[in-house]
Design a protein around this ligand. Structure first.
Ligand code: PLP
Length: 421
């Protein structure tokens, strides 16, 4: 459920007409709903009620300071995957004890930053990384809390580019090798083992791969405890999918996911961490765009928008489906037409949808991409020297620009001319 609904013939973000924001901010722009972000966070938090737990928002999904602060104020921790994200989390007021550092290629500079600024735990993805963390912690006179990310070799049955839990993926340590790695970790002076981490992929629409993975983690917990390790925390990753197409079967609910967690690992008495990103931010954001032209092609009709692949890359990168709706509510009986929805960038990949059935729209009209809140603004680039689009947050009858559109000079002035030119 989200808070982008038609009311009196027009699309609203909570209690604000989307067209009013477009008139004030210009298009294209990302538009988020506070109530939707809040509700989605709370669904996870409630799903784990009765267990000691922390929901660590995977901020790579959408990392604007205002989004982070909205979630942090509700009690969210943060899952970060780079020094930049760590700095963003800190800047939004998240204490180090609520920040988890994930990622396969943490650099020394990033590890140092987290050790100095405070960290809940590192999720370690290789032995060389484990040794570097130990060395850095020792040199700083501290001890680094860690989990080892295990790769359970489970097929998450999702898009190949976002599956992470198969043996062929670069992520984690093969689960069969885990005991060996934990033995090494326990012997390192700068390391304190606190738990196990697993994350098998993104946009999962079925609970079965989770069930398989979490059962393996439960078994490993018991083995590691028998080996003498203290395993008090399980980080179970993120990845729960969202409905993108209206015709799709609804993915499992956070409550069903929470029940699965209780069933598979609840008996172990561990503190539970989860790292949802997409499900919190995805349906909490729209990309709003204006139709520049409607162009008749050979046997097809192109809807040319002012948003492009550089603003929302998911269709080009993952063949992702986004529902695209007119901001003026179409008449109930409006006849659908077929459009290829494209942006102005000079690549054929700059296509959001092919042969999409939509109510007729005309040049100058506004359209909104639904479910664009996650992996939207954060993956944008300035390709074709198109400025990064603004981000706007709605709350009740208010809205605020939470990242403004840069002007061309700001973009150009980041370049410098060498002295010989
Ligand atoms: C991307 C990622 C997540 C979040 O995945 P979603 O599909 O957005 O929920 C969580 N944990 C790790 C380690 C990730 O890489």
């Amino acid at each position: 459920m989200d808070h982008f609904l038609y009311r009196d013939g027009a699309l609203y973000a909570e209690d604000v007409p989307v067209a009013e924001i477009a008139a004030s901010v210009g298009t294209p722009f990302y538009l988020y709903s506070t109530a939707t972000l809040t509700r989605h966070f709370q669904l996870f938090d409630e799903a784990l009620e009765g267990m000691d737990h922390l929901v660590c928002y995977a901020m790579k999904a959408a990392s604007n300071q205002a989004i982070l602060k909205t979630l942090a104020d509700l009690g969210a921790g943060m899952d970060v995957v780079s020094g930049g994200e760590y700095a963003r989390a800190k800047a939004a007021g998240v204490p180090g004890e609520r920040i988890v550092f994930a990622g396969v290629g943490k650099t020394r500079a990033e590890i140092r930053m987290a050790l100095e600024g405070g960290i809940r735990q590192f999720n370690v993805e290789s032995e060389p990384e484990l040794r570097v963390i130990s060395e850095m912690a020792t040199s700083l006179g501290t001890v680094a809390p860690i989990t080892v990310r295990v790769n359970p070799d489970v097929d998450a049955k999702t898009h190949v580019k976002i599956a992470t839990g198969k043996a062929e993926n670069k992520f984690g340590i093969p689960i069969g090798k885990a005991r060996e790695v934990y033995a090494e970790a326990a012997a390192l002076p700068g390391i304190k083992v606190i738990g196990i981490d697993v994350h098998i992929g993104s946009q999962l629409t079925d609970l079965e791969p989770y069930e398989t993975a979490y059962r393996k983690v439960a078994e490993l917990t018991e083995q590691l405890r028998a080996d003498g390790h203290s395993i008090s925390r399980l980080d179970l990753g993120g990845g729960l999918g969202i409905p993108y197409a209206p015709s799709n079967e609804a993915p499992p609910l956070p409550s069903e996911y929470g029940a699965l967690i209780k069933r598979t690992v609840g008996h172990l008495g561990c503190e539970i961490e989860i790292e949802p990103g997409r499900l919190i931010a995805g349906n909490a954001g729209l990309l709003v765009s204006r139709v520049i032209y409607v162009k008749q092609g050979e046997g097809r009709q192109f809807l040319i928008l002012d948003a492009a692949m550089n603003d929302l890359i998911r269709p080009a990168m993952y063949d992702a489906y986004h529902d695209i709706v007119p901001v003026i509510e179409p008449d109930a009986g409006a006849e659908q037409q077929q459009f290829d929805v494209v942006g102005p960038v000079c690549e054929s990949g700059d296509t959001f949808a092919r042969a999409r059935m939509m109510p007729p729209v005309e040049s100058g009209e506004l359209v909104a991409f639904r479910s664009a809140g996650a992996y939207g603004a954060v993956m944008a680039s300035e390709y074709n020297t198109r400025p990064l689009v603004p981000e706007v947050l709605a709350k009740g009858d208010q809205f605020a620009v939470i990242r403004r559109r840069p002007d061309f000079d700001e973009i150009i002035n980041r370049d410098t001319i060498p002295p010989w030119l």
